[in-house]
Write a protein that binds this ligand. Structure first.
Ligand code: NAD
Length: 418
């Protein structure tokens, strides 16, 4: 792929893939296929702004691999979104769905925009126009979008409605993370945080650590971070440091999570919160805690700050929050790292449940969704841990070994390469 710079998210994803391919002795044909994305669409489209002017936005949809099923992955609205990010994140989605053994491939996409600077009407017009542009390649059996950074149930509802307008009938399974009133699933919103909590508790116990009373720092307080905070606290942990894009908050006795929830529900920022000590945003990453959950953006723990990270366990809520160098530095110090393709897979697992329920038009209660999520997360974690013990590798390397092996096998048996 041209235009890929050495330190881009894609080159990091490809280096991780190369290392895995070397470790499992993957043949050259499979390497050539899996190292590149299968399909990518770049669109530039006009949106009418509220003042009557037009702005042209750029969006992407990238599918990495569909050997195991339709492509699946989030849509991100962020000003720094790039095509390379979409390629890298699509690749991670292929591995993530394989680790959890879901019948999906990997995709990712998004629009270069700041959703917070757009009115609701502008956001709707942007979403509908973007959906029409990418409708060439998305849909129930082809590629099913979901929420990611800067998008949520309302955006998914507009996407589902636009795709349904094109089809002439409702196609709820064309997108996941929708409101429940139009075919969304119980437990989808809490899925990533719930899955992260489940595997974190399992891994801490296996490492001989008592989760109850452990202290926690969480970077990013959105769909993944806020739910993780509340569910980790429900396991007896003490959340002492959190951040959003405006600043960090610290309280040694534990933060008042219901007050933070109300603040966020009302659209507030941590910089406006008076109920805790305000600290620099990035100091949350180096807080003196047992567990760190980076749940904001990629590449937050780097060579620059890795040696100051004091957590004993890092559970990756965000995708690729640690650079390769930071991962090596923390691993060398014995920090237990729960890799993104396992730790935050709860989102895509419940998205899979939503897709299945939509296709069957038969909906499950929250107890059933959460029990099935626990089953998938526990099975995936146990498989990764066994692989890690058997080959004496990190949980990340073990998860990649499992994923690449499964995808290569599906690609080979379909006859996609000789
Ligand atoms: P979100 O938009 O709901 O929340 C993001 C949060 O991060 C916000 O609180 C924002 O203020 C904060 N933030 C942004 N920049 C920051 C910075 N520099 N420092 C501290 N906080 C910052 O997004 P989300 O859906 O929670 O996604 C977060 C991460 O989790 C992304 O990497 C995403 O790809 C990943 N993820 C999301 C899902 C999902 O289903 N939503 C599933 C798996 C992984």
């Amino acid at each position: 792929m041209s235009g890929t710079n050495e330190r881009s998210a894609l080159s990091i994803a490809q280096r991780q893939f190369d290392a895995t391919a070397d470790a499992i002795g993957l043949d050259d044909s499979a390497r050539a296929v899996l190292r590149e994305v299968k399909r990518e669409l770049v669109v530039h489209f006009p949106v009418e702004m509220d003042d009557g002017s037009f702005e042209v936005f750029t969006g992407f949809r990238v599918q990495h691999n569909i050997a195991r099923g339709p492509a699946k992955g989030g849509l991100r609205y962020h000003p720094a979104m790039t095509l390379d990010d979409a390629r890298a994140l699509a690749m991670y989605m292929t591995w993530k769905t394989a680790v959890a053994d879901l019948p999906f491939g990997g995709a990712k996409g998004g629009v270069v925009c700041d959703p917070h600077s757009l009115s609701l009407n502008e956001l709707e017009r942007l979403t509908r126009r973007f959906t029409t542009e990418i409708s060439l390649i998305v849909g129930r059996d082809r590629d099913i979008p979901a929420p990611d950074l800067g998008t949520g149930p309302q955006v998914m509802a507009w996407i589902m409605d636009t795709l349904s307008m094109h089809a002439g009938f409702s196609v709820p399974a064309s997108v996941t993370g929708k409101p429940q009133s139009i075919g969304g699933s119980e437990g989808r919103f809490t899925g990533p945080g719930r899955g992260l909590t489940m595997v974190t508790v399992l891994a801490m116990r296996d490492a001989g650590m008592d989760p109850s009373g452990a202290t926690v720092a969480i970077q990013g307080y959105g769909k993944v971070g806020a739910v993780s905070a509340e569910l980790l606290a429900a396991e007896g942990m003490r959340v002492v440091a959190v951040s959003d894009s405006t600043c960090g908050l610290y309280r040694a006795e534990g933060l008042d999570l219901s007050a933070l929830r109300h603040l966020k529900e009302e659209g507030g920022h941590f910089a406006d919160y008076g109920g805790a000590e305000q600290i620099a945003r990035d100091d949350v990453l180096t807080a003196d805690v047992d567990l760190l959950v980076p749940a904001a953006l990629e590449a937050q723990v780097t060579q620059r700050n890795a040696e100051r990270v004091r957590a004993k366990v890092v559970a990756e809520g965000a995708n690729a929050p640690l650079t390769t160098e930071a991962d090596a530095e923390l691993s060398a110090r014995g920090v237990l790292i729960l890799p993104d393709i396992l730790a935050n897979a709860g989102g895509v697992v419940v998205s899979y449940f939503e897709w299945v329920q939509d296709i069957q038009s038969y909906f499950w209660g929250s107890g059933e969704v959460n029990a099935r999520l626990r089953e998938v997360m526990t099975r995936s974690y146990q498989a990764v841990r066994s692989e890690s013990l058997e080959h004496n590798v990190s949980l990340r390397d073990a998860a990649f070994r499992i994923a690449v092996t499964k995808v290569a096998e599906a690609t080979r048996v379909r006859g996609i390469y000789p």
